[in-house]
Design a protein around this ligand. Structure first.
Ligand code: ADE
Length: 314
């Protein structure tokens, strides 16, 4: 087991005073309240480590962010976005943020520990998912997207690495470090502001590459790529390098492998549409409702998806 990148620093004097005078239920949590375990994931300026609350025994995943590195790389804005978006969300399909604290070197985000890790690992292990499993996971991902959009959040980097699975094999979406909070302009179809952020090459939408603008609909493009990948075992657009991948995306250059189920093909073709306002799911609530009644979801009971047991992956 790998220890966290940096040894947790001692609490400040004010926190020590707090420790001795405030009952544990009210006191702000700190590094000392947790027993750190193994590393679950590593990002460019953060490490996610499993941890156990010493008083309750509850298991969490703690994201440890290196302050110096964040400042040097000018990522302060993104760290704030991650904290602010996670703080306003409360949904079974989205990783919950329980506490935040810091020491002189690091910021700590105490999150749900999704015991079964990344969806990507299951795609790699199994090669691909059958139609039934794809429908189940797509429905949970879509339900989570619907919720985050209703809270004014666009994820902008949806991909199988950011879709975690909990102990019940239910979806928990994570990594809101590149999300965007949009001001309440009805349904935010298009955002005028230019944006320098580009997500992961294979899942990036054509509007982000061409207009440097992401909208809610960009998350539905990524959903189309994910559905394709669950069934085909690989993402639809993959070049030998990022530039070649981007070329394929803006030219809508992809094909379906033989045996791809027609109902899934129809849905993917309606999501992988170059014009974001013509993409299935766009157009606010009415758009999402249209997406949810696509024949691909005909066996899905939308009001029960978080109670339904996960199908066995084969
Ligand atoms: N890897 C990154 N974040 C994680 C989390 N919250 N739970 C489990 N594994 C993770």
């Amino acid at each position: 087991t790998t220890p966290p990148t940096r040894a947790p620093q001692p609490e400040s004097q004010t926190q020590k005073t707090q420790l001795s005078q405030t009952p544990p239920s009210v006191r702000k949590k700190g590094v000392k309240d947790f027993e750190f375990g193994k590393t679950l994931g590593e990002g460019s300026y953060s490490t996610v480590v499993s941890a156990r609350d010493r008083t309750t025994g509850r298991e969490y995943a703690i994201k440890i962010l290196d302050k110096k590195h964040i400042i040097k790389e000018k990522k302060v804005k993104y760290v704030n976005i991650e904290k602010n978006t996670l703080n306003k969300m409360n949904h079974p399909g989205i990783v919950r943020l329980y506490y935040t604290f810091q020491d002189p070197d690091s910021l700590y985000f105490v999150l749900d520990h999704a015991k079964n890790g990344e969806l990507l690992a299951f795609i790699k292990k199994l090669g691909s998912f059958d139609l039934n499993c794809t429908q189940y996971y797509t429905a949970q991902i879509l339900s989570s997207i619907e919720y985050m959009h209703s809270q004014g959040v666009i994820h902008r980097d949806l991909k199988p690495e950011n879709i975690l699975l909990d102990e019940k094999m239910h979806v928990k979406i994570t990594d809101f470090g590149t999300a965007k909070i949009f001001e309440s302009n009805a349904d935010g179809e298009e955002d005028a502001r230019a944006n320098s952020f580009v997500g992961t090459a294979e899942y990036v939408s054509p509007e982000l590459l061409k207009e440097k603008a992401a909208c809610k609909s960009s998350d539905f493009w990524a959903l189309g790529c994910i559905i394709y990948q669950l069934i085909a075992g690989r993402p639809p657009f993959k070049g030998t390098n990022e530039y070649m991948t981007f070329q394929k995306i803006v030219n809508l250059e992809y094909t379906f492998p033989e045996g791809f189920p027609p109902v899934a093909k129809d849905l993917v073709q309606k999501l992988l549409v170059l014009n974001p306002s013509e993409r299935l799911g766009s157009g606010g609530n009415a758009g999402i409702e249209k997406l949810k009644i696509h024949p691909f979801f005909k066996e899905i009971q939308w009001d029960k998806i978080w109670e339904m047991p996960a199908p066995r992956l084969l």
